[in-house]
Design a protein around this ligand. Structure first.
Ligand SMILES: C[S@@+](CC[C@H](N)C(=O)[O-])C[C@H]1O[C@@H](n2cnc3c(N)ncnc32)[C@H](O)[C@@H]1O
Length: 243
């Protein structure tokens, strides 16, 4: 896969046989098809563009989606707090467009495996296409309602981003390895609270709920200070461990 990232931060994924068009000019399809990552190509307006290989974040920013996707601060928190690594086995639901499933697959590597459940067929198709386009093979997209059961066992992490996640905590407990993690992403406090109570009842350990806040700084002539605008809220994360 090849991509153009212009000096304004705009990203364009290049498609075989298609020319590139922007307000900075047009680059012909044959020029792009023959260009390699690292090359520089010129538009008809004599503007230079560099060809780069998209990393996972570049790809997620431009991939097709039909619903909201998890954002980096939350994905990063899940990866850091569960200590997910090469060879881990993950169950994820719902898939949506596949943002966190792609990140899980990226981290668990070729020796690990991700199973991601999506109840809607149209969303599952989009996710399958995104995963195939990114070129990662250790993710299986299952067009299934996870509440009808989890097919897998020996799982190191079950991640749930769907309504009433606590309805399947018992099945999650059965699917997890000892030391494995259940993580819930809940936009609403009441969903996080009920999840906490149900996890406690089922003897999960180390149960914690928190949210991660990310505040950027702006560097100006007059001084450096936090930006006025920030993402005020995305979701709460609940972590619980099987011991
Ligand atoms: C907010 S989106 C998920 C975003 C995704 N986790 C990401 O990484 O960006 C929630 C998804 O859960 C799916 N869903 C809801 N209930 C489900 C269920 N019982 N089983 C599987 N998927 C479900 C919805 O169709 C929707 O695509």
């Amino acid at each position: 896969m090849k991509m153009i990232l212009d000096e304004r931060g705009k990203k364009y994924v290049l498609k075989e046989g298609e020319e590139f068009q922007s307000d900075l000019g047009i680059v012909k399809a044959d020029v792009l098809d023959n260009a390699s990552v690292g090359d520089e190509v010129k538009s008809h307006l004599d503007h230079s563009f560099k060809i780069i290989k998209p990393n996972i974040n570049d790809f997620i920013d431009i991939m097709d989606r039909r619903c909201s996707i998890l954002i980096k601060k939350d994905i990063g928190t899940v990866l850091a707090y569960t200590g997910l690594g090469a060879g881990s086995r993950v169950v994820d639901a719902g898939t949506g467009a596949g943002a966190i499933a792609l990140n899980f697959a990226n981290v668990v590597g070729e020796t690990g495996q991700v199973y991601t459940y999506e109840i809607r067929q149209d969303f599952a198709e989009v996710a399958k296409k995104n995963i195939a386009t990114f070129g990662i093979e250790n993710v299986e997209v299952k067009n299934q309602d996870i509440k009808e059961g989890i097919d897998e066992d020996n799982i190191d992490l079950v991640f749930l981003d769907l309504p009433k996640p606590y309805e399947i905590f018992e099945e999650v407990h059965d699917a997890l390895n000892l030391g494995g993690w259940l993580v819930v992403y809940a936009p609403y406090i009441n969903q996080a609270e009920v999840s906490y109570r149900v996890a406690k009842k089922l003897n999960f350990y180390d149960i914690e709920i928190f949210e991660t806040l990310e505040r950027g700084l702006e560097v100006r002539q007059q001084g450096t200070r936090p930006k006025t605008r920030m993402v005020g809220h995305s979701g709460y994360l609940l972590f619980a461990r099987k011991l």
